[in-house]
Design a protein around this ligand. Structure first.
Ligand code: PMP
Length: 431
């Protein structure tokens, strides 16, 4: 890692200098150096639809068709005939865009139906839609939290939540990942000093880097005990896990019992967009009028709303159960095969299998070696995860086949082994 990344951490800090258009030059040099060694497993392009077999091209990577573990389409609903038909019908009936903010004339019959159906799944009375999952997270936190309030946020929570918290108040404290004792200690500390401050506790249903989940009943209990509010981001688990697709919240028996649930339509729901769901009508009004990404961005398009609606219907149907079962079979088989190969996968059964590489260089090199063998995976490294904790993130889809899983597992293991022991290319010490 030291050779390939060490000094590079500085590149992620805000570049300084008076010339706004040139001061990021060191970053470009850093990229060019990696390109000379053919190691740039990012910014790739997908040709055609995301699916278990996809055609991918990238910088220094000729277009090739291969096994795709790099797209987020957990139940393979982006290829489902009912979803495609719903999207096309909405396009024909309503045209391609919403042409307005939800606070003006951007809503449609379809967005209304989506709010209703999502509220039913989550057993929440109120749902507010956002044009992206990012906007839902950032918008909810910044609209609700003020400067004197406190935010306690899991150390691995998504950037949209963290940046929202930091934009809302200086009183942001990270708690150790999944550590409820730490949350209790921090809540008690804040309450001992200030009985009036509002406190928002932020976590996720399924953490997409570590593939693990918090104890939601305990967190919600602690929030009640200390007069705090719990927010859970279910971007990765809703639809793909839990009874009836209710995600980790449903699996832990907490459906309808969490203060605030937010999520994204960009994974299982084959579209883009996000939502906030809760039971308080005043929170709904507050978000509609004060959450920037809801108010100052145009609403979900009719095609997006129709797509998500069609996905929701499948998610809650017996077919959804069948798709989730297929997804879990792939997950269990892939983890077992990788374990037999001596690989280290972290986290618990979910659509995500994080395959540990440790160093950033090994992660990127393994990603590149795999792409050359037509296996597409996403490297996860700093700043997405802590330094030295790099991993390849494998995301499964219901439509992967057992044959694909069995073909990929030894290739994945061989690439990680080779990258871990490969001599590092001679990079400039500062690069
Ligand atoms: N929350 C989490 C936990 C995420 O992983 C992501 C990004 N995939 C988002 C929010 C943002 O969602 P979107 O990509 O739909 O904007």
């Amino acid at each position: 890692a030291s050779g390939a990344l060490g000094g590079n951490v500085a590149l992620f800090r805000q570049p300084r200098g008076p010339d706004l258009m040139r001061r990021a030059q060191p970053l470009d040099d850093w990229y060019a150096l990696r390109m000379r060694h053919g190691v740039w497993p990012y910014n790739r392009r997908l040709e055609g639809a995301p699916g278990p077999l996809s055609t991918v091209e990238g910088d220094g990577l000729p277009a090739a068709r291969g096994i795709n573990f790099a797209s987020q389409d957990y139940l393979s609903l982006s290829a489902h005939p009912a979803v495609l038909a719903a999207a096309m019908a909405a396009l024909a009936e309503c045209g391609p865009h919403s042409a307005g903010s939800a606070v003006l004339l951007g809503n449609s019959r379809l967005t209304g139906a989506l709010e209703g159906l999502l509220g039913e799944l989550l057993q929440c009375r109120h749902v507010v839609l956002f044009p992206t999952g990012w906007g839902a997270a950032f918008g909810a936190v910044t609209a609700l939290v003020h400067g004197a309030d406190h935010v306690l946020i899991d150390g691995l929570a998504h950037a949209s939540l963290r940046q929202g918290a930091m934009a809302a108040t200086r009183n942001v404290t990270s708690f150790r990942h999944l550590d409820c004792d730490h949350v209790r200690e921090l809540l008690a500390g804040i309450r001992a000093m200030d009985s009036q401050a509002a406190i928002l506790v932020i976590t996720e249903g399924l953490f997409s880097m570590d593939a693990d989940s918090p104890d939601l009943p305990l967190l919600q209990y602690l929030c009640r005990e200390y007069g705090a509010t719990l927010l859970v981001d279910v971007a990765h688990d809703l639809g793909a896990m839990g009874p009836g697709g209710t995600g980790v919240i449903g699996a832990q028996g907490m459906i309808g019992k969490i203060d605030m649930v937010i999520g994204a339509f960009s994974k299982t729901f084959a579209s883009n967009g996000g939502f906030v769901a809760c039971d308080a009508p005043s929170v709904r009004r507050q978000l509609q009028l004060f959450a920037g990404p809801h108010m100052f961005s145009n609403a979900l398009s009719p095609v997006q709303a129709a797509t998500v609606l069609a996905c929701l219907r499948i998610v809650a149907s017996p077919e959804g159960e069948t798709l989730r079962a297929a997804l879990m079979r792939h997950e269990v088989e892939l983890r077992a095969l990788l374990k037999d190969e001596g690989m280290r996968c972290i986290g618990a059964p979910s659509p995500i299998v994080p395959l540990w590489t440790g160093t950033e260089a090994a992660c990127r090199i393994a990603g590149m070696l795999l792409a050359r063998q037509q296996v597409f995976v996403n490297p996860m490294e700093f700043p997405g995860v802590p330094l030295g904790a790099a991993r390849l993130r494998l995301q499964l889809m219901a439509q992967h086949t057992p044959a694909q899983i069995r073909r990929a597992a030894p290739l994945l293991a061989a690439a990680v082994r080779k990258a871990g022991t490969a001599p590092r290319p001679a990079l400039a010490p500062s690069a």
